[in-house]
Ligand binder design. Sequence first.
Ligand code: PLP
Length: 399
Amino acid sequence: PTLLADRLKRIQPSPSVQANDRVATLRAEGKDIINFTIGEPDFDTPAHIIDAAVTAMKQGDTHYTPSEGTPALRQAIVEKLARDNALEYHYDEIVVGAGGKHILYHVMAATLNPGDEVIVPAPYWVSYPDIALLNEGVPRVVTCDASCGFKLTPQALIEAITDKTRWLVLNTPSNPTGAVYAESELLALAQVLRDYPHVGIISDEIYEHFVYAPARHLSLINVAPDLKSRTLIVNGASKGYAMTGWRIGFGAGPRDLIQAIVKLISQTTTCPSSISQAGAVAAFIGDQAPVRAMAERYTQRRQLMLEGLQSIAGVNCTAPDGAFYVYLDVSGLLGKTTPGGQRLMRDGDVVLYWLDAGVAAVSGEAYGLSPYVRLSFAIGDEAIQEGCRRLREACLALT
Ligand code: PLP
């Protein structure tokens, strides 16, 4: 007999979290590892946000809040959407959750009937298919390879839509590829979506602040306001404000959908942390200079990373337009043999070989497109340089 439900068999533990755990174990054993698996900013949360949370605690903001989030935070998000995204929302079109992931889980739980399909362009953030599966949905993975910049094309979208399609998940800027959808690309997808009014759009914009010129971040509904009534924007404080541990994300969308998510949250987590919400108000409407400073640092690190990777034989990378990841093509390494006599057959083999060389990364298998390896540059400059040096040596040692 087992205590576990069948639904648990459908999903895997998050591979990026697992990779990070593996680094922690190896480091505890005394191994020196450069960790390129990190999926979060390495910066501290800006001081004014911490101050706002401390003040809130001292003032007694330590109670349950409304399930949809405090009025102050929802109003701050309305202002943020107007300022950063030129999008007009009313505060009852906003729900706050314990991270963007929490909103994604609840929107799928609130809307998927068994067998409903969720279109997930690959490479994808690892949680989309599993969250759909957990909620009786069927992920419909659409491969978007390097030839189209890892982005969904109108033709591929048309081919993926069926009568059972409930959602298209669009993630721009993308984790893991850094792809950013341009205006013309969003317009073309919008044109297709107009022909299929039963398809909703989840627009995950959590990396919006980290975009490298000349690319710029646009939401689908900036170019197609007529799709607003069936789009849920998912965003949050985690990446842009270096607040991953605070667990604040939000959804912005049509009232009935927001109310459905709120109903579920009222029976799951009740509400996000009152203290984190107070901090997030300061994040969204306070001084934005720290965000710009962090974006500037990522711009420099991206450059360091691209320079470091350029000189490595057998790997090939497209410069990411956004986020803080490089999705490295390692096809040139497959078929080669390590000094230990092992033949590299898959990107997972490459990752294990690099781990022996003191470098941790996540294999493309986890993101639905191989043979690639994802490297995060949300780590210090010296670590980036040293990591690239180790990779160069490791790749040179292959025969
Ligand atoms: N969406 C994408 C593409 C992500 O990479 C992440 C985190 O890694 C999230 C959403 C969720 O972030 P959080 O739950 O911390 O808001």
